[in-house]
Design a protein around this ligand. Sequence first.
Ligand code: ADP
Length: 183
Amino acid sequence: MIQRSKQDKMEGGRVAVYPGSFDPLTYGHIDIVERSLEIFDRVILAIASNSPKRSLFTVEERIDMAKKIFENTPDVIVDSFKGLLVDYVGRTNARVIIRGLRATSDFEYEYHMASMNRSLNNQLDTLFMMTSKDYFFVSSRSIKEVASLGGTVEGLVPSLIARRLKEKFKLPVPKENQIGWDD
Ligand code: ADP
């Protein structure tokens, strides 16, 4: 084990892939990334570009927002992938997939996906992180719903995302908020 960790360091450290739709990125996701960086040297935030979910933001928009949000965190690499996650992860030097867990309702889906991925490639493992208490109710979907109805998503997404949501839903951006966004 000690041998392996030394070798990993030489090869650029321990890398994990955090895949998802990130439509859009929320503080729930960002919290998982930050906590993953306590365990891994680098995290690849991998935006699934052929997710069956109907997305609000294009993959290019999601990549752009994620790159801006993590621009001062060089250990986060923003990327996108098509096709099977295990094939993508196999092309990186990561051996761990990170997923976040909120409620028990996440568990069943995640358990099936992790088992399927393991059966497709038994060299890969999925690591689950429990959501933080501040974000257990935060999902991209609920953020989109609230934002589409003109509700505030402040404190749940970075201000850059809040602004992009407003632009998407063509709601007026309050004058006092037209400058000073986190982008
Ligand atoms: P996907 O379409 O792959 O589920 P999401 O962007 O919705 O993509 O979520 C990516 C990952 O982040 C999933 O593992 C999801 O459970 C996790 N996640 C989403 N929101 C939160 C949150 N608030 N706290 C912890 N994990 C979260």
